[in-house]
Design a protein around this ligand. Structure first.
Ligand code: SAH
Length: 221
């Protein structure tokens, strides 16, 4: 039963990749990303009252005005990071921990930061109970990144920023990638891929229109 639901979710992701191929510049996501999606029980990350929709390709409320992202977006953002097994990743916006679980299967270590203590505590408990053991947790403002463990091969922000946070760009390795929705909170953002080349130069590519909950605690720079 659950296997069938997961297979349907994967098909829905593949279909949406096809719909958006012109924007995202590919017909299919990395098979390793799809395998991690297949292997992550989304029903364990959504509130009990939404269990029947756990494998639908849509966002769901997780309390405190926050949402677990749509599976297609989780898969796409993960794909955009181009993770390798030895990579170290910083995630801003742990939320339910679903995206964290997907990332943790594709890299060496995930550092994840959540602003809302109740969500941070619940996600940590959930991920630890499921045996994900390469994740470090912090409760606080991810706008500032986590400088103690920098630099990172990949940084992913799962809340809408009004601009690209300077501390995150600074904490990116040469050759590293930052994936972040940038635009007007609650309305419309562009999912941006920020790349730092070996000389430390930054390039930004807008990939797709998305809608995320706002990033808290931004600083004016
Ligand atoms: N990726 C998660 C959650 C997405 S919702 C999932 O799939 O479940 C966005 C999350 O970002 C929320 O939990 C919100 O509290 C968190 N958030 C917002 N601003 C933040 C900040 N400055 N630092 C850390 N987390 C933040």
């Amino acid at each position: 039963m659950k296997d069938r639901q997961i297979q349907r979710m994967l098909k829905d992701i593949e279909r949406e990749v096809q719909y958006t191929r012109a924007m995202i510049g590919k017909d299919a996501l990395d098979p390793r990303v799809m395998a991690a999606m297949a292997n992550t029980p989304r029903d364990e990350f959504v509130p009990k009252s939404f269990l029947n929709a756990a494998f639908n390709n849509g966002p769901l409320p997780i309390g405190h005005g926050q949402t677990i992202s749509q599976p297609y977006i989780v898969a796409l953002m993960t794909d955009m990071l181009a993770l390798e097994a030895d990579h170290v990743v910083l995630e801003i916006g742990t939320g339910s921990g679903y995206q964290t679980a997907v990332l943790s299967q594709l890299c060496k270590r995930v550092y994840t930061i959540e602003y809302i203590p109740a969500l941070a505590d619940a996600a940590r408990l959930r991920l630890q109970n499921h045996g994900y053991d390469n994740i470090e947790y912090m409760t606080g403002n991810g706008y500032e990144g986590w400088p103690e463990n920098a630099p990172y091969d990949g940084i992913i922000v799962t809340a809408a920023a009004s601009h690209i946070p300077k501390p995150l760009v600074e904490q990116l390795k040469p050759g590293g990638r930052l994936v972040i929705p940038v635009g007007r909170p609650h309305l419309y953002q562009e999912l941006a891929l920020v790349e730092k080349n070996q000389d430390g130069e930054i390039s930004v590519k807008n990939v797709l229109g998305v809608a995320f909950v706002p990033l808290q605690g931004e600083r004016n720079e």
